[in-house]
Design a protein around this ligand. Sequence first.
Ligand code: URP
Ligand code: ZN
Ligand code: ZN
Length: 473
Amino acid sequence: MPEFDVAIRGGTVVTASDTFRADVGIRDGRIAAVAETVEGAAREIDASGLLVMPGGIDSHVHFAQHAGPDITPADDFASGTAAAAAGGNTCVLPFALQVKGTSLRESVEEYRRKADGECYIDVGFHLIITQPTPEVLGQELPALVKAGHTSFKVFMTYDELVLNDRELLEVFEVARRERALVMVHAEGYDAIRFMTERLERAGHTEPYYHAASRPEAVEREATHRAISHAELVDVPIMIVHVSGREAMEQIRWARQRGLKIYAETCPQYITLTAEDLRDAGVEMSGAKYVCSPPPRDRESHRAIWEGLEQGVFQTFSSDHSPFRYDDPRGKLTPKGRTSFRWVPNGIPGVETRLPILFSEGVAKGRISLNRFVELAATNHAKLYGLYPRKGSIAVGFDADIVLWDPNRKETIRQEILHHGSDYTPWEGFAVTGWPVVTMARGEIVAEHGKLVGRKGRGEILEREISPYAAAPA
Ligand code: URP
Ligand code: ZN
Ligand code: ZN
């Protein structure tokens, strides 16, 4: 009997720390050998000319997430994980949202049911807390953390999701006690409402004004407030989807004070601008780019690159939150036509995250291959309790691997993507570097742009306590 199920031969292995020529042997879904030569495999894959990297881990995606009575998200767990796999990812972390009036436990069960039997790659759930009642804080959260849901997201804006300062502090305190990691959506609710109403009164209701209603000051203020609350409670937090220099300055300031503040950014903040939200000839076409925080400007792109190069950011996620454009239950909802405030927030991006980061980062000489791996996979695993099971190429890790062609030139187009949306914000965007084979726990799930894996093979993960969350008491 052959020693290995699969041998990946002749490629260049890239991890967050090293780049070297090696073969990789896989047995029972795990990496069993990384050596100069691996022989004796039932199947060999020729990786010459390719990079052999840990499969992407996207720790910020929204699949089948409740978005209001008249809105339908474009991706469920089947299409979302299919798109992720085609884009070189082997694991994603979506959210289980507590809809107001339901318990957190019921909400998690509902999302597990939605995901069960549907996923092409492994998924793990963060929790979104919208009603931190004594029951949620005292019983449900501690039990759910013990059950492997070791991170939660809180919102400082959105009518249906916002927590007030007292509630934020209470959630932070539970996170500290239970050693969970809190992800914070930092935009200030009252300031956004004030700006929105002022813009609407002036007749500025088109999608473009979404960006004007939540300028950087709104994000900066909320980032500072979240950091101050974290300092009071003495708990590490993760500021997600940072869009520009002003929030970054707050994060740098906090770190200089010795606070453990982690930060994430996304493809939209290095490639899109608020100008994309202007309706370009077609009514409401700017709605395709409505997301929060909104994309800013070219100077913000430079700032974010500085942060990616200098280590301000630990993770680069997609914040994939897709809606169809030409659909009354998507971006063109009848209410959305009356004002930007009703346009569903979010854009698709899980399938294009890695090519954009590789092309704009590695191919253009801004970041090293190792930093790419760290931002794309390793740090997600480390921060969210999946390391040393996922996020690297070493003996004992899950055989979650992407074979990557660093020279392949491709143009991002809706017709080559697998997501459920009917558009991509990056239509026509030229990239260098593309995933060729995605292998999850030793099985090929996507190959040359085709999905070949079996729906339902992806598991729902229980994650460990993050070593980057609060220290033991
Ligand atoms: O606009 C966005 N980002 N929608 C997704 C939900 C969130 O805030 O992450
Ligand atoms: Zn958010
Ligand atoms: Zn999000």
